[in-house]
Design a binder for this molecule. Structure first.
Ligand SMILES: [Zn+2]
Length: 289
């Protein structure tokens, strides 16, 4: 199979997934019986589910970021989102309110910082269009429970504790924590991804900075789809909603498997290598100090 055909097939697999996962979300929302007295609960859970689907779709449609530099940032955010969702389901109305309050508090704080900066620069903060737009958005958030603005951690605990309470500590240990290395640019990420051995034998094997081209690996899409599926399964359990549409994740899983068998090609790091540009190192920049 030529490289071109490979990418055509991948495009097909991805677009089928994207359509199916959108449909799954839509069907869940339509089937869930609304109680407008608890508007905030429906809005928060609906928004977080849509966020999960959005992240998976954005990742799936961008093969150039199916790599260890960028995909973990999205996957980390997806695991974070799942933990929030699972924790909220533990006491939905109360925790959905907390979630909103915290977000509005953060927005208010940002606006205040921005106004202070404008004033320091001698400008009229109240007439600034960005300030006006953001304040207007804030003022339209008329929830009856709104009384105070909370600026601490929204749940009052860290992600690990939330994961423990929400019965998903494995997700925290095996996904959230390792993906955090890329998100926070920690040593165990940058040392693997952004250093290479110095070719000068007199330099005692120190390492030099490198901006490495990574091949595309559809496994990252598979994982994103899995986290969407996980959120859907949780939603179905907690709400009792039953849907008839096929699982986008199951279909994706099958499509990847049959693609691999049929074409005798693994959709993996080594096979689908998109050569973009030459690796850039300090070396090619004219040598190091
Ligand atoms: Zn050197």
């Amino acid at each position: 199979m030529s490289n071109e055909n490979v990418w055509e097939e991948i495009e097909q697999i991805v677009s089928t997934y994207v359509q199916a996962v959108r449909l799954e979300l839509h069907e869940r929302w339509e089937t869930w019986t609304l109680d407008l007295a608890k508007r905030e609960l429906y809005e928060v859970i609906g928004a977080l589910l849509a966020r999960q689907v959005t992240m998976a779709i954005q990742l799936a449609e961008a093969p150039s970021i199916w790599n260890g530099h960028i995909a973990p940032l999205i996957l980390r955010s997806m695991t974070d989102n799942y933990i929030n969702l699972a924790w909220i389901f533990g006491d939905p109305l109360e925790r959905a309110r907390k979630f909103i309050l915290h977000g509005l508090g953060q927005e208010k704080l940002h606006i205040e910082h921005f106004k202070a900066k404008l004033k320091a620069d001698g400008k009229d903060a109240e007439k600034d269009s960005i300030v006006q737009q953001r304040e207007e958005w804030l003022n339209t958030q008329r929830y009856t429970f709104l009384t105070e603005v909370n600026v601490g951690s929204w749940s009052g605990m860290d992600a690990r504790k939330m994961a423990e309470e929400a019965d998903c500590v494995d997700l925290y240990n095996f996904a959230y924590a390792p993906f955090s290395a890329a998100t926070h640019n920690m040593w165990h990420h940058v040392a693997k991804y952004n250093l290479a051995p110095c070719p000068n034998p007199l330099h005692r094997y120190h390492r030099i900075p490198i901006v490495r081209s990574e091949s595309s690996d559809i496994d990252y899409v598979y994982r994103a789809a899995k986290y969407v599926q996980k959120a859907f399964t949780l939603f179905d359990q907690k709400t009792g909603v039953q849907t008839s549409s096929a699982s986008a994740f199951d279909n994706l899983d099958q499509a990847i498997n049959s693609f691999n068998q049929k074409g005798d090609r693994q959709l993996s790091k080594s096979d689908i290598r998109e050569q973009t540009n030459e690796d850039f190192t300090a070396q090619s920049k004219g040598g190091e100090k």
